[in-house]
Design a binder for this molecule. Structure first.
Ligand SMILES: [Zn+2]
Length: 179
């Protein structure tokens, strides 16, 4: 997945915040943490390009192992029973896990790593065009990415409008209250 990790992370985190999964954390902070989780697995691209010099598929690194992100989410859920702040760890882990679900659409993910060295992908993108990324952009799966982007944009705008309305209402109320 190319462009939809951030929008998908936004949709997921907003959904979880709406259900109170952020506990006592300010929603803005929870949103940033959820977005960071949604992007975090791809930070291994720095290692891929600058250290590993493209020797290994970056989905093969532990940062793209589902068990790693599941462990973060489970640890967050367990700790959140005692400390509200750990709910942020849960959001971060779920963001990372969602990233791998989306990557599985057309990208290989080693779902059973480190036990089984076998990648899984729902669909394969045929190599027809150059440069390589054009194959992904011209594949139908890119439409899924665009839908996620449009959905997140719509959700963000709706939230912004709602907040603006709330603020207007608050400003109108204040003078009345002070009278
Ligand atoms: Zn990825």
């Amino acid at each position: 997945m190319f462009i939809a990790h951030l929008p998908a992370g936004y949709l997921l985190t907003r959904f979880l915040i709406g259900r109170g999964w952020h506990r006592a954390a300010p929603p803005g902070v929870a949103l940033v943490v959820g977005l960071a989780g949604a992007l975090a697995p791809d930070l291994d691209l720095f290692y891929f390009y600058f250290v590993d010099h493209r020797q290994t598929h970056h989905h093969h690194y532990w940062s793209h192992w589902p068990v790693a992100w599941l462990a973060v989410a489970v640890a967050g859920a367990a700790l959140a029973r005692r400390h509200n702040g750990a709910a942020l760890l849960l959001l971060f882990g779920l963001g990372g896990f969602a990233h791998l679900l989306l990557d599985t659409l057309v990208g290989d993910i080693w779902w059973l790593a480190p036990l089984v060295d076998r990648p899984f992908a729902l669909f394969t993108v045929p190599a027809r065009w150059r440069p390589w990324w054009l194959n992904f952009v011209l594949h139908w799966s890119f439409a899924v990415e665009l839908v996620l982007c449009a959905w997140a944009l719509w959700k963000w705008r709706r939230g912004k409008e709602a907040r603006a309305k709330e603020q207007k209402g608050g400003c109108r109320d204040q003078p009345r209250k002070s009278l």
